[in-house]
Design a protein around this ligand. Structure first.
Ligand code: NAD
Length: 282
C-alpha cells in the first residue's frame, strides 16, 4: 500500500512558494497579501483561519484577519468585501465558510472580485474551471490532484468516482479529474448501488462528510482512495470518511486523516493568492 502523505507534498509546495514569494517581493517591492474575513466566533473556523494566517507568514506573504461579529448584516459584510476589492495592496480575499444562517452566501460570492478570489469559489471562477480557462482552482480539489501527481498515480484514462457533489469539494473535484482526462462519475446521497459504482472505479475521492462511513466492504486492491472528510471523533481525534485502519491494508494507495488532503488545502490557498498577485501585476 502506498501512503499518500499530504504533509510531505504540502511541505514541498510551500518550499517552492517561498521562492515565488521572494521573487515577487523583490520585483514589486511588496509581498503578496491575503485577507481573510471571518464572521462570528465558531471555534473550529477560528482555528482554520489562524492556520491560514500562520501559513502565509511562513512563506513570507502578508496576511490579515478581518473579524466581523456573528450578527453582522449582509450589507456591512459586502461593504467590507468591496473595500478589499478596491484595495490595490490586497491580492486575495477569502470569506471563511460556513457563514451564519442569516447571510446569503450566493450574494457574498458574487461580491468578491473574481480576480481576488483566493478560494476559487466565485461563479466566474467556477465557469472558468469548467471552460478550461486558466484561473485559480478551488483549494481542496487542487490539493487532491497535486497529491495524486506527486505519487505518480495515473489519472489519464482512468475511471474516477467523486463521492459528494458540493460546490466546494465534489463538483470542482470532478472538473479537475476531467481536465486530467479521467472518466468521471459524481456520486451523491441519491446514488443507487454506490458499492457497484466504486467497484467499477480506480480512483475514489470520498467527500461525503460522514465519519467512518466507508469500510473495507467498499474497496479492493486496485483502488486509490483519497479521503477528503474531516471529523473529530468522540475522543477529539481527527478522522475521515473512510475507516483507515481496515481499508488501508487492502487498497493500492490511500491518504490518511490527518495528514492527507487537509495540509494541501492551505498550501493551495497560498499558491492561489500568489497566482492572483502575479496576474494582477502583469
Ligand atoms: P457537504 O455536506 O456539502 O457535501 C457532502 C456531499 O456528500 C453531498 O453532495 C451529499 O450528496 C454526499 N453524500 C452524503 N452522504 C452520502 C452517501 N452516503 N453516499 C454518497 N454521497 C453522499 O460536504 P463538503 O463541504 O463537500 O465536505 C465533505 C467533507 O470534506 C466534510 O467532512 C468536510 O469537513 C471535509 N472537507 C475537508 C476539507 C479539507 O481541507 N480536507 C475541505 C473541505 C471539506
Amino acid at each position: 500500500m502506498i501512503l499518500l502523505d499530504g504533509r510531505k507534498v504540502a511541505e514541498d509546495l510551500r518550499a517552492k512558494l517561498t521562492l515565488d514569494v521572494n521573487e515577487f517581493t523583490k520585483k514589486f517591492n511588496r509581498a503578496p497579501c491575503l485577507k481573510v474575513i471571518i464572521v462570528g466566533d465558531d471555534p473550529a473556523s477560528h482555528v482554520y483561519v489562524k492556520s491560514k494566517h500562520v501559513a502565509c507568514q511562513k512563506v513570507g506573504m502578508l496576511s490579515e484577519i478581518v473579524n466581523l461579529e456573528a450578527s453582522v448584516t449582509q450589507s456591512k459584510l459586502e461593504i467590507e468585501i468591496q473595500k478589499l476589492n478596491i484595495d490595490p495592496d490586497v491580492d486575495g480575499i477569502l470569506v471563511q465558510l460556513p457563514v451564519p444562517k442569516h447571510i446569503d452566501l450566493t450574494s457574498v460570492l458574487k461580491a468578491i472580485d473574481p480576480m481576488k478570489d483566493a478560494d476559487g469559489l466565485t461563479f466566474l471562477s467556477t465557469g472558468y474551471l469548467w471552460s478550461d480557462f486558466e484561473h485559480v482552482q478551488p483549494c481542496t480539489p487542487s490539493g487532491v490532484i497535486k497529491i495524486l501527481e506527486y505519487y505518480g498515480i495515473p489519472i489519464k484514462g482512468k475511471r474516477a468516482v467523486v463521492i459528494g457533489r458540493s460546490q466546494i469539494v465534489g463538483k470542482p473535484m470532478a472538473a479537475l479529474l476531467l481536465k486530467k482526462n479521467a472518466t468521471v462519475t459524481i456520486a451523491h446521497s441519491h446514488t443507487e448501488n454506490l458499492k457497484h459504482v466504486i467497484q467499477e472505479s480506480e480512483i475514489v475521492v470520498v467527500a461525503a462528510g460522514k465519519m467512518g462511513f466507508f469500510g473495507a466492504e467498499y474497496f479492493n486492491k486496485s483502488h486509490v482512495v483519497v479521503d477528503v472528510g474531516i471529523h473529530k471523533d468522540e475522543n477529539g481525534k481527527l478522522a475521515g470518511d473512510v475507516k483507515f485502519a481496515e481499508v488501508s491494508p487492502i487498497v493500492k494507495a490511500i491518504t490518511p486523516v490527518p495528514g492527507g488532503v487537509g495540509p494541501m488545502t492551505i498550501a493551495c490557498l497560498l499558491e492561489n493568492t500568489i497566482q492572483l498577485a502575479k496576474m494582477r501585476m502583469r
